[in-house]
Design a protein around this ligand. Structure first.
Ligand code: PMP
Length: 456
């Protein structure tokens, strides 16, 4: 009989129905609250991604502390989603909560620097390298602005991105490969202009394709994560990232490294851990401990070119910036996170915990005899319902089995473990305990054994 990711489709459906009923039966208060209060929001949620969880309806959260989250029915969950990286250092780290309380008495936004801003700049450079920084509210905006600088100083229009990439809802990057051609990504809402004029897409780990695209002479920048974390998890093959650097230089393009997710790699992100040399550097999500903050930085060489461009450009709006960006709350939280939360000791704990998790998941997969694998990038762990390693976005798309994955997610949730909805991602924070990790491994083992075995 045909299988899906090594499993019987009928068995998947049986387990799904049972797990969905179990989730629903355990949450009478949540159902009543949603019934009473969800209607004013479009389709019942304040942000449409909240409908993408595998449960019949979303959790309603009472509170989150450390690596635990409590819903309004009183279920205490071990949180390995951590806001899809926004809370990678744990929910409301005490040092960040203190910084928020202190700043709350001094104003929330005034479009001027604070002393904390000056301190945070020095901390950013010390941590991530000698970049000249700007702050935004989201990594989406940081990428948007970095790309504008690249276009400005090269006078070229295209961004080169990799098939299956994600850099936020930045239109310019919303392309994919279809039969070897760059096309707009499927499913975009209201896409009113042709994205392929500003972007070219090739496969990750394919330097020949990168070189062919760059040879056209119209690429302003390569924008990439060092590891593709939004397409399952695709690691760079040896020499690939160095190859990008060399090809960008040879063809007059810039290299933008997006560390929004791969900052899980360790102190200073993948860039510092692996000695990468980007022209522009982007980071966001948890960098300020969960306060909406992202930063983009450029090398002194890029800054010099930009200053010359800026001095010569026509007066008028730059097309960059948002009103609330650079508010003092961001800097208070950024400084507190860099100084007291995202420390070397914190990364050491995250790394050890994530290794324990990936080992446990790998054992469970082997014991169930499934053709799957587990992989990690620092504190970031993923199980993938296909053999690995994956080499590019096309392989990652083929490895993605939403029907199987959503049952595993829901089964984990019913066993007290929350993992990220859009991918099979689990984050280990500095406050995640070994016991929580072992519980997740046990829950995963239980659900995959159950999916495999219909005699139970
Ligand atoms: N870059 C990468 C690599 C991301 O994964 C994401 C979000 N998943 C973003 C940028 C955008 O972050 P945000 O949604 O906070 O703007």
């Amino acid at each position: 009989r045909p299988t899906v990711a090594g499993l019987d489709p009928a068995r998947i459906e049986t387990v799904r129905a049972r797990e969905a009923a179990r989730f629903t039966a355990a949450r009478p208060r949540t159902q009543a609250a949603l019934q009473a209060g969800a209607a004013p929001w479009l389709n019942g949620v304040p942000m449409h991604w909240m409908r993408d969880w595998p449960s019949p309806f979303p959790l309603v959260v009472a509170e989150a502390k450390g690596a635990r989250l409590t819903d309004i029915d009183g279920h205490v969950l071990d949180d390995f989603c951590l806001g899809d990286t926004g809370s990678m250092f744990g929910h409301a780290p005490p040092a960040v909560a203190r910084a928020i309380r202190a700043q709350a008495g001094r104003g929330l936004t005034y479009m001027l620097p604070s002393e904390a801003a000056l301190k945070a700049g020095a901390l950013m450079t010390e941590r991530f390298g000698p970049f000249l920084w700007q702050v935004t509210l989201s990594a989406t905006d940081a990428n948007r602005h970095a790309l504008r600088i690249a276009r400005a100083i090269t006078g070229r229009r295209r961004v080169l991105v990799f098939n299956g990439c994600y850099h936020g809802t930045l239109e310019d990057t919303m392309v994919e490969l279809s039969n070897g051609r760059t096309v707009p990504r499927q499913g975009l809402v209201g896409q009113g202009f042709d994205l392929t004029e500003g972007a070219v897409c090739v496969e990750f780990n394919d330097l020949d394709a990168v070189e062919a695209a760059l040879a056209q002479g119209d690429v302003a920048a390569i924008l990439t994560e060092p590891v593709m974390t939004n397409s399952c998890m695709v690691l760079p093959e040896p020499g690939f990232l160095e190859g990008l650097r060399a090809l960008a230089d040879r063809h007059g393009a810039l290299l933008i490294i997006d560390e929004t997710h791969t900052q899980s790699s360790g102190l200073g992100g993948y860039t510092r851990v692996h000695g990468l040399k980007p022209d522009l550097f982007v980071i966001g999500k948890c960098v300020a401990g969960g306060m909406p903050t992202a930063l983009w930085g450029m090398t002194e060489a890029v800054a010099a070119r930009f200053r010359a461009y800026d001095a010569a450009r026509a007066p008028g709006h730059s097309g960059m910036g948002t009103t609330l960006a650079g508010n003092p709350m961001q800097f208070a939280c950024l400084a507190a996170t860099l100084e007291e939360v995202a420390t070397e000791a914190a990364f050491a704990r995250m790394d050890a915990g994530a290794q324990r998790l990936v080992d446990g998941l790998s054992r469970a997969i082997a014991a169930a005899g499934l053709p799957w694998h587990a992989i990690r990038v620092g504190a970031r762990v993923e199980f993938i319902c296909a053999p690995g390693p994956l080499r590019n976005g096309t392989e990652a798309a083929e490895a993605h089995h939403p029907v199987v994955e959503s049952v595993v997610h829901l089964g984990l949730l019913n066993r007290g473990c929350l993992i990220a909805p859009f991918h099979n991602m689990m984050l280990v924070s500095p406050v995640t305990t070994r016991r929580q990790i072992d519980r997740l491994v046990a829950a995963f083992t239980d659900i995959v054994t159950d999916l495999k075995d219909d005699s139970r």
